[in-house]
Design a protein around this ligand. Structure first.
Ligand SMILES: [Zn+2]
Length: 272
């Protein structure tokens, strides 16, 4: 998917022979101070958009601001969170080359939780996943880093909030992958989701998390983030086999099955 998320982190620096924690300069602040870039900004309703003059993003800045606000609202609603006072900063660049110049890697999207900022590639050929990156900011800043057994949720949760990969609903893609024999079973999946590959892992996680939220309510997401799926179901006296069977059952017989050609393109290009 070529999008990444940075955790809340401090680095240790050596000062006068003693190690002490010091906040790093954020990528967002460094990007906005980069002398090779000119930034204009627009803000409303807790979101500040940054874009460069003369770009696609500038021409569509009102639409992009509305989209970011909608993405923030969607994330808050999905995760059952209240708005807070932090201004969300959304930085649009034209392409991966500009992204590399600013953050050091040619990703199409990046969320930096410590600065409440996201970077997004925006051009006519690319679906900027603002919903995904903003969901990273919400989950990491409100709930902290996930427990060891919940690391599959780091990418899974933003994909669940988005609900789409490229032009298909995540349930529709998950259904295709289950039929193709790609589902490894619940415990194998949560133990090592990334073994499936980036897009299958993200799609399965998103579909499963949406099913769990629909079935048991949004509060189960935070519980799982902190304690893991197994411990959460155990505490709620829910049989994991039942959950898995219900979810797989909900995926059977889709009205409009994904085609192999659609899948191949998604697997190669990611969800943007
Ligand atoms: Zn992500």
């Amino acid at each position: 998917m070529l999008s990444r998320v940075l955790f809340i982190a401090v680095t240790l620096t050596l000062a006068a022979g003693t190690a002490r924690p010091q906040a790093t300069d954020s990528l967002v602040d460094r990007a906005l101070a980069n002398p090779d870039f000119t930034w204009h900004s627009l803000a409303e309703g807790g979101v500040r958009l940054y874009y460069q003059p003369g770009t696609f993003a500038e021409r569509h800045r009102i639409m992009l601001l509305r989209s970011a606000q909608a993405a923030l609202d969607k994330g808050l609603a999905f995760l059952a969170l209240a708005p807070d006072d932090h201004e969300l900063r959304v930085i649009y660049v034209d392409d991966r080359a500009q992204m590399k110049a600013l953050i050091g890697s040619p990703y199409t999207g990046l969320a930096e939780a410590s600065s409440h900022g996201v970077f997004l590639v925006c051009n006519p050929e690319w679906r900027s996943f603002d919903t995904h990156e903003i969901a990273h900011i919400l989950s990491l800043t409100r709930w902290g880093n996930p427990g060891d057994t919940s690391r599959w949720m780091i990418e899974g949760l933003p994909n669940a909030v988005d609900g789409w990969c490229m032009t298909a609903d995540v349930h529709r893609i998950a259904s295709y992958l289950v039929t193709a024999g790609r589902w490894p079973g619940l415990s194998a999946f949560t133990a090592n989701a990334s073994a499936l590959g980036e897009v299958p892992a993200a799609v399965f996680a998103a579909s499963l998390l949406r099913h769990l939220r629909d079935t048991y309510g949004a509060a189960i997401l935070e519980e799982m983030w902190r304690s893991g799926l197994e411990a959460t179901l155990k505490a709620r006296k829910i049989d994991p086999k039942l959950v898995e069977a219900e979810w797989l059952g909900s995926l059977s017989n889709p009205r409009n099955p994904l085609t192999e050609a659609e899948w191949k393109q998604m697997d190669a290009d990611g969800c943007g």
